[in-house]
Unconditional design. Sequence first.
Length: 289
Amino acid sequence: MLYDLLIAPFAEFAFMRRALVASLALAVGCGPVGVFLVLRRMSLVGDAMSHAVLPGAALGFVVAGLSLFWMSLGGFLAGLLVALLSGLVARLTTLREDASFAAFYLISLATGVLLVSTHGSNIDLMHVLFGTILAVDDAGLLLVATISSATLVVLALVYRPLIIECFDPGFLAAAGARGGFYHALFMVLVVMNLVAGFQALGTLMAVGMMMLPATAARFWAREVWPLCAIAVGIAFGSGAVGLLVSYHANLPSGPAIVLTAGVAYVASVLFGSNDSLLARRTPRVHLRA
């Protein structure tokens, strides 16, 4: 019974195994990036950037159809352009960066939907918006794994200055370090991982794998590396459970994965060991014998 429920879908179908590996690769990259977005109070920026990828991916679709290379390249360039323009507007005007991100992501979302809908079918539009993780091929899997691996390497190299830039950018500037460089490098990682997520979950769902596990991890740990590890675990668990739910209940896989991550978030808010509703109601022992 348990074998049929938990193991058989992955043992019998190659597309389920590829989807599971894709979920693991996405979790490894998106989990830590989501944690740093939360630490930097940029959670909603992740959502804006996920939509910013859409017009570039749509242009790639117009040029070459459902081409992995062109849609990924277009999405990456469009995401970088929106990040650059938003930062530029925030620096040159009195508008805050989050407001400029919101403006550009709405423009990007409308432009992308218009391009896909006028040059393709409703099925193409649904593919771009919501993804098809069950249709991930070897090339897509290699792209996701490469981006996740590069993300871990870059985060390991800039971990200390990135942490300082999160909590005390003034100190980093006083020490002569280039805080703007680390901010820009981090935004590149965000765009890269959203491009990877878009290949599997679509532009609307990709940010769910990034932000929901990261916010859920906040209720289980306080230090950065444990937060990252827990976020990766929750993301991968959500991917595996979501795939099983979609298989047995005949539901779309992308929304099932994100909703599973949402259930994990709600459970963490209620029962997490760190500052959850249950932890707040549990008396703390201040003195020990």
